[in-house]
Write a protein that binds this ligand. Structure first.
Ligand code: IFM
Length: 454
């Protein structure tokens, strides 16, 4: 593999997309402005004890009001794409039916702000902020959501489809289903295997409803979705370890990747997956198949899996900090760049002609603003190492044609609140002042040849 010092922007080709990513609830704030209704995250964060620092995203980065200046920053740093998500409760405050024009207007202005600066907007339709009114009707556990979601997507596409080409249906189904419906660690805070399996199936059906609705409304659409890919490792190579890793892998990766690729659910791997069949109707297996233009690969870490004493049934993912051989992020995630290559390869190996885009990759490290500067050298090294893996994947023939940093700026990190900073830009959440970190300047230098700090 070529060391990063030998890589330049040109290594990735002239058509490569260089972007930054963020999500509505994490940055927008304006939680009750201009006709928006509550999302499940508004409800969840306003409950005691759910968020590590007791915070919420009522204001967050105030991107709803500052998106123009923030989009200037995207351009200044040399990126040519900005990935953002649409908040369903801004568009349809009742979940379905009545349209909130002010909500649509916001995203329309945001799209224009990108295009005026020569930045391609990449739109995610769902990044976890379900309208609370729909959660009250069962949320992702209720199969009616397939129709609700189709209606929502159609409303967004009608307005943005004349200017937006690049679409992603979901952000990381595994994260919001496992967090929201299995462990209850994320909104809406429900717990239970059957709830999680029902939600998984409905999301998989919505993947194809979303893709079809976009294609019906947008000429030349580039249609994808995003998946978090978590490679599994074991401490030892025993049958019990391998079995545990296979079960966790099926639950975490395969159950979300394979149905859309026409491979069905991996029900034979574990009796904990088979109950998903309770939620399937005739024709669902075909209905879930999607011919993606691209699949967005999101990679943060690998997991170390240990078997637990229920022979052959289950395993436990275990953060690698026990392992002591890898650096770990501020959230205890193993930093191991070749896991990105492995993740790309895995998605590339699925049936279909999809291209690959790294739609999220980034790290939280303990940032400190000292004398107007954040010297986040570990984040710079992280990006260099991971970009080298993208270059390696391309050199080996994988069709990877874009890379999005998570994230443009520090923002609300779900249950971690504001304790975990992922940005290329430091945000002072009291004043809303932005300070580009050394990692942002490194990207600027890499992408434009100007601006790096010594
Ligand atoms: O902040 C999240 C994002 O919303 C989804 N992917 C992982 C990021 C970092 O944890």
């Amino acid at each position: 593999m070529a060391p990063m010092s030998e890589l330049t922007r040109d290594t990735f080709g002239a058509d490569f997309t260089w972007g930054v990513a963020h999500a509505s609830y994490q940055v927008e704030g304006a939680w009750a402005a201009d006709g928006k209704s509550r999302s499940i995250w508004d409800t969840f964060t306003h409950r005691k004890g759910k968020i590590r620092d007791g915070s919420n995203a009522d204001v967050a980065c105030d991107y709803y009001h500052r998106y123009r200046a923030d989009t200037d920053l995207v351009a200044e740093l040399g990126f040519n794409a900005q990935r953002f998500s649409v908040s369903w409760p801004r568009i349809l405050p009742d979940g379905v039916g009545r349209v909130n024009q002010a909500g649509l207007d916001f995203y329309s202005r945001l799209v224009d702000a990108n295009l005026e600066r020569g930045i391609e907007p990449w739109v995610t339709l769902y990044h976890w902020d379900l309208p609370q009114v729909l959660e009250d009707r069962g949320g992702w556990v209720n199969r009616d959501i397939v129709g609700w979601f189709g209606e929502y997507v159609a409303r967004v596409v009608e307005v943005l489809g004349d200017r937006v080409t690049n679409w992603m249906v979901f952000n990381e189904p595994c994260s919001f289903i496992h967090g929201g419906y299995l462990s209850g660690y994320h909104a809406p805070g429900r717990r239970g295997l059957l709830k999680a399996l029902a939600a998984t199936h409905h999301v998989n059906l919505c993947q194809s409803v979303g893709a079809e609705t976009i294609r019906a409304g947008v000429a030349n659409a580039n249609v994808g979705t995003t998946q978090i890919i978590t490679p599994m490792r074991t401490e030892a190579d025993t049958p019990a370890h391998r079995r545990a890793a296979a079960v966790i892998d099926a639950f975490t990766n395969r159950i979300f990747l394979e149905p859309n690729a026409g491979l069905g659910y991996p029900v034979d791997v574990s009796p904990f997956i088979r109950p998903v069949e309770r939620y399937m109707k005739n024709g669902d297996e075909q209905a879930m198949e999607v011919d993606w233009d691209f699949i967005g690969v999101q990679y943060y870490c690998r997991l170390l899996v240990k078997p637990v004493p229920i022979p052959g049934l289950w395993g436990v993912p275990w953060p690698s900090r026990d392992h002591r051989q890898f650096d770990v992020s501020g959230m205890g995630q193993e930093i191991q760049a070749d896991g990105l290559y492995e993740s790309l390869q895995r998605v590339n190996d699925l049936p279909g002609n999809h291209r690959l885009v790294v739609t999220e990759n980034g790290v939280t490290v303990p940032d400190r603003l000292v004398d107007g500067r954040v010297r986040d050298i570990r984040r710079v090294a992280f990006y260099q190492d991971h970009l080298a893996e993208v270059a390696r994947a391309r050199a080996d023939g994988m069709p990877v044609d874009g890379y999005f940093c998570w994230s443009l700026m520090d923002n609300f990190e779900w249950a971690e609140g504001y304790t975990a900073r992922f940005g290329l830009t430091y945000v002072d959440f009291d004043t809303q002042e932005r300070t580009v970190k050394d990692s942002g300047r490194w990207f600027q230098q890499f992408l434009t040849g100007k601006g790096a700090r010594s």
